[in-house]
Design a protein around this ligand. Structure first.
Ligand code: PAJ
Length: 311
């Protein structure tokens, strides 16, 4: 963007201004149009003629979201716009889950979006998104029966419903989802295919902390000891991948090695650890060309997930 602090013309997109306060160097601060009403966002979506790429999130934005926004920016092109939605979607939380305590750092998220060059930030209220007598939802009935879907009944109904609503309101050409939530990505692709949404779904690789832990808004729930032990998920998945690379094909052997790796973290409690076909998400006994190991582990009340492709 900057050439030794100098700004060249093409960098000045509408909605950007120049801030000269930073010790003689200039930075471009994009203005973000923050839209909180569904009616306003719907009207804006209809009148928008630019290529739009959407990044749906629940906020508490971190580097993982940042990478999705970067990919969205690239996909939108110089003329297109990047929309980010922030909505903590009660419909995908289990009763008694962490909906109430889910982090909502609004000012930080605003700044994050500004710095990331987001054009539109859609942050609707729960009341506006769901009428009190709300009674229609979107349900995927095959991929959603395994892994997360088994552990969190109704979760993907909540995800599909809110994502379908966001698609209808914001009318993006493309939308970016992270591979960290591999099953979510697969289900959204299926929903788009089966319900004919004219939207391209882009998958984004998982962004990690230096010690391998996948970035997640929920990592901040971990206490110091739990945080120290949490990279064991990644270590276990890498162990599974190593075994497969060495020619091991049997699921029980691969999963047993991963389970042993997780057991080295005294606070870790496995929710599921499975070898699945990456397309059907059904458990398999033997490694196939398109295989994936998926894991969910509790540290106290905090549930972390991760996955890895096998060679
Ligand atoms: P949220 O957990 O906020 O995640 C928003 C998007 O960021 C998802 O596509 C998720 O896969 C991606 N993401 C999260 N952590 C990531 C990481 N470390 N690396 C790469 N991508 C990452 O997922 C949801 O919200 C919700 O279910 C939502 C799709 C918004 C529907 O409510």
């Amino acid at each position: 963007m900057l050439d030794n602090g100098r700004i060249t013309n093409w960098e000045l997109r509408p909605g950007c201004w120049i801030d000269w306060r930073t010790r003689g160097r200039c930075v471009i601060i994009a203005t973000v149009q923050v839209v909180t009403s569904v009616a306003a966002a719907t009207a804006e979506g209809r009148k928008n003629s630019k290529r739009r790429v959407l990044v749906p999130t629940m906020g508490a934005l971190h580097r993982g979201h940042g990478e999705l926004i970067r990919i969205a920016r690239e996909a939108a092109g110089k003329e297109g716009d990047v929309a980010v939605s922030i909505f903590v979607n009660q419909l995908q939380f289990a009763p008694g889950g962490d909906y109430e305590k889910y982090p909502r750092p609004e000012a930080d998220d605003d700044e994050f979006c500004r710095n990331a060059g987001v054009d539109i930030l859609f942050r609707p209220s729960a009341q506006e998104m769901y009428a009190v007598d709300f009674s229609v939802s979107v349900e995927e009935r095959s991929l959603a029966n395994t892994l997360e879907g088994k552990s969190r009944p109704g979760h993907f109904r909540g995800v599909c419903t809110v994502v379908a609503k966001l698609f209808h309101i914001l009318l993006p050409n493309s939308a970016v989802f992270g591979e960290k939530d591999f099953q979510q990505l697969a289900i959204i692709r299926r929903m788009v295919r089966d319900l004919n949404f004219p939207i391209e779904i882009i998958g984004a690789p998982t962004v990690r902390e230096a010690d391998g832990l996948a970035c997640s808004s929920r990592n901040q729930y971990l206490n110091t000891t739990e945080r120290r032990q949490a990279p064991v998920l990644r270590a276990a998945l890498l162990q599974a991948q190593r075994l497969a690379a060495q020619g091991e094909r049997a699921a029980p052997v691969i999963l047993d090695a991963a389970r042993k790796a997780i057991a080295t973290a005294p606070l870790a409690r496995i929710d599921y650890l499975e070898l699945v076909n990456a397309e059907t998400l059904q458990p398999i006994d033997i490694v196939q060309p398109n295989s994936l190991v998926a894991v969910a582990v509790f540290f106290g009340q905090t549930r972390l997930i991760d996955n890895i492709r096998l060679p």
